[in-house]
Design a protein around this ligand. Structure first.
Ligand SMILES: [Zn+2]
Length: 366
């Protein structure tokens, strides 16, 4: 789809979503997907209207207005838009009573899958029947020439691992390729308004196959700070055909890691790594980035790190706390979650290092 700017003074941009084989046949280029992806961009750059070609679901048109007002209230940067469709508004229809979720192999998506399998029998309409996995939602996935070959290789290895999980847990894996992140002007845009819309847009491509999408919470609870993933938004990115439902809001990050550490295949496949650097061959987590370190600290405190094959490391050396960025309140709070267990097992070296690291953040803010 082409994005034509009226006020920004920017050349036309093309947004794409692609699948291969059966997945390509399942994708439906719904105007709703493109409207969701376009809303935060249009608001952030103070366009006056969001006009989508085709018919837009009535429920979503109202929801986008709400999302736009929230963005406008939270961030002075974001303007209010008129939302329109060239062929008007009409409710979409749910065509299948089936559930899908998003899965990157990170802690949140895996927890949603695991909880779902524990809570629902296969065949129940709320049981996850497919998982969407995305390429193109990280800054490093694409450059000015398109998808980066090394990143495509890493994604294809991830897809192979998830195919194994799909066999064991009886779901269909749906890899989708997009450039939605490439349209984000910077990281600040992505975490404030872009992330949730980018993922929700992909979900609406499957509105002819499923009628609900489980959206894994990020472990920050039901009342997190304003941001693009806030639980306020999901119902407003829903259509009559496909509703987005929050999942796991009641769980902390620590509780999610604990749940995965008791699951054989979860221990092998969990991939919380930021992937800023592709891990060396044979490893699926780098073991050095901020997300790896805080996950390893949680596992170590639970006495599970050595049993989690997804991490090559069996211990955490205190010095690594001073090599990771702790540059916002969320990262500091997440790090803090590991202190009680580490204290309990007598790892005072790490408790001291975490406390010192958080103190440095509170003084210098990085
Ligand atoms: Zn890592």
């Amino acid at each position: 789809m082409d994005i034509v700017w009226e006020y920004r003074g920017h050349p036309v941009q093309t947004l794409y979503f692609e699948g291969e084989g059966k997945v390509a046949e399942m994708l439906h280029a719904s105007p709703e997907a493109f409207a969701i992806a376009g809303l935060p961009l249009a608001s952030w750059f103070n366009e006056k209207r969001l006009l989508v070609e085709g018919t837009l679901c009535t429920r979503l048109a109202k929801g986008l207005k709400v999302v736009n007002e929230i963005f406008h209230g939270w961030y002075r940067q974001c303007g209010l838009l008129e939302i329109n469709a060239s062929e008007g508004f009409a409710p979409t229809l749910p065509l299948a009573r089936r559930t899908v979720s998003l899965l990157s192999s990170g802690v949140d998506g895996l927890t949603t899958l695991r909880q779902n399998r524990l809570d629902y029998p296969l065949g129940h309409p709320d049981s996850i029947q497919a998982c969407i996995t995305l390429f193109g939602i990280n800054t490093f996935d694409c450059d000015k020439n398109g998808p980066v070959p090394a990143r495509l290789n890493a994604f294809s290895e991830l897809v192979s691992r998830l195919q194994e999980l799909a066999m064991v847990e009886h779901f269909q894996l749906l890899p989708v390729y997009t450039n939605v992140r490439s349209l984000a002007p910077h990281y600040r845009y992505w975490i404030k308004v872009g992330f949730g819309a980018g993922h929700s847009a992909v979900a609406q491509l499957f509105q002819k196959q499923f009628d609900q999408v489980l959206w894994a919470s990020d472990g920050d609870g039901a009342n997190p700070d304003p941001g693009a993933e806030h639980p306020l938004f999901n119902r407003h990115y829903s259509t009559s055909a496909l509703r987005l439902l929050d999942d796991g809001l009641e769980l902390s990050r620590k509780e999610k890691v604990a749940l995965l550490s008791q699951w054989d295949i979860g221990r092998r496949l969990m991939q919380p790594c930021h992937y800023v650097h592709i891990p060396e061959a044979g490893k699926i987590n780098c073991g050095r980035c901020e997300k790896c370190v805080r996950t390893m600290l949680l596992l170590l405190g639970m006495g599970k790190l050595a049993k989690v094959e997804a991490f090559a490391e069996n211990d955490v050396y205190w010095k690594i706390l001073f090599q990771i960025p702790v540059n916002n309140r969320r990262k500091a709070l997440l790090l803090k979650q590991s202190i009680p267990d580490l204290q309990r097992i007598g790892r005072h070296d790490l408790v001291w290092a975490i406390r010192f690291r958080i103190m440095l953040y509170s003084i210098f803010r990085h």
